[in-house]
Design a protein around this ligand. Structure first.
Ligand code: KG4
Ligand code: ZN
Length: 342
């Protein structure tokens, strides 16, 4: 069973062909980083225009690489939210048109559900960071989704059965990376550049605050971002605290909170299987921390390769497979939604 996944929720145009919800036959991602970089963040109007230009070339390439035609598809899975409404509209309109014209069943996937199901995809072992646990996790499991728009912990009991344990009360973790990067004059997206500078820094040189919010599994990262801004305004920083040290200290503060909250959730829910997902899950320091926890036997970790953590359509096809199996197809009245709870 072949599913074509489509994701245009933010600034990447992506299409992927996935077999049986797990075999990646193609996964094409056309990034818009070059377009938005100079603005220090995503410009929604530019994003949707670029999606219009790229959607058909990206889908064609996905089909070509998978060596199939539209006639071979069992279904099309499209992300219908949450995300930028103009961007989502392009993917949904395109998917509906193809579904109608070629009579291919259509399923609608929540972007966060896609991130959760990224761990069901078979992947070649990541050379740098091998998957600790191979194959899909059994239900129930916990999922920590850390991306540019979301930072949430879910208890996943099965397909369609998600209990939110906590979420960010202000900035998402990836948003904090992006905003701090802007403060440091490092451009967008912030995660990769902060990670690479942090590798040369001392994470203990600058101590930034951690908002642990006792008795809650919610997160808060806006105070941390303000602390970095205040630190940069302070003139007598002395020898320590160069750019690399600031990046390392900030990155460690984010990872400390994510790790501790996950440990709390494991104890509270009595579930040891943990899936790390979303763009920030491609951060090496964070991945290392989860691998250490797994090594200490505190949890079992599922960490997809970096390319499946950042936005991609294979994860949408993987979740879409579950929808299709459950008979949850949608019609031509499908509309995208910028705010779409899981
Ligand atoms: O999941 P994603 O690709 O898109 C959303 O659904 O938001 O996540 C994008 C976010 C951005 O904020 C980006 O700065 C962050 O993930 N990110 C990283 C890294 N790579 C991407 N954050 C930390 N370290 C990274 N290596
Ligand atoms: Zn995402």
């Amino acid at each position: 069973m072949l599913i074509l996944g489509i994701d245009t929720s933010c600034d990447d145009t992506s299409a992927s062909v996935v077999g049986k919800g797990k075999e990646i036959l193609s996964n094409i991602v056309s990034t818009q980083e070059g377009i938005h970089k100079k603005y220090g963040g995503i410009v929604p109007e530019l994003a949707s225009r670029r999606h219009i230009e790229m959607i058909w070339p990206v889908v064609s390439e996905a089909l070509l690489e998978a060596q199939i035609t539209l006639a071979d598809l069992s279904a099309i899975a499209v992300c219908h939210g949450p995300g930028l409404i103009g961007s989502l509209l392009v993917g949904c309109s395109f998917a509906k048109a193809v579904s109608y014209a070629d009579r291919i069943p259509l399923v609608a996937v929540n972007h966060l559900e896609g991130h959760i199901f990224s761990c069901f995809l078979e992947s070649h072992v990541d050379e740098e960071y091998p998957l600790i646990s191979q194959g899909p996790p059994e239900f129930p499991f916990l999922s920590l989704i850390v991306s540019g728009g979301h930072t949430s912990l879910y208890h996943v009991c099965g397909f369609g059965n998600y209990k939110e344990l906590g979420r960010t009360r202000d900035d998402a973790a990836g948003e904090a990376f992006d905003k701090v990067s802007k403060l440091l004059g490092l451009g967008y997206p912030g995660g990769p550049v902060i990670e690479s500078l942090a590798q040369h820094g001392d994470p203990e040189a600058v101590e930034f605050p951690r908002a642990y919010l006792p008795d809650s599994l919610d997160f808060s990262f806006s105070g941390l971002k303000t602390a970095v801004a205040n630190y940069l305004r302070n003139d007598d920083r002395g020898e320590r605290g160069g750019l690399s040290d600031i990046c390392a200290g900030f990155q460690k503060a984010v990872a400390d909170v994510l790790v501790r909250k996950t440990e709390w959730a494991v104890r509270k829910e009595r579930v040891k299987r943990v899936v790390l997902a979303g763009g920030v899950a491609s951060n090496g320091a964070l991945r290392d921390r989860f691998l250490s926890l797994a090594g200490e036997g505190k949890l079992e970790a599922w960490i997809p390769p970096r390319s499946l953590c950042t936005d991609n359509a294979a994860m949408i096809a993987s979740a879409g497979y579950q929808h299709f199996q459950a008979g949850k197809t949608v019609g031509m009245d499908l509309n995208p939604e910028a705010y779409l709870p899981l």
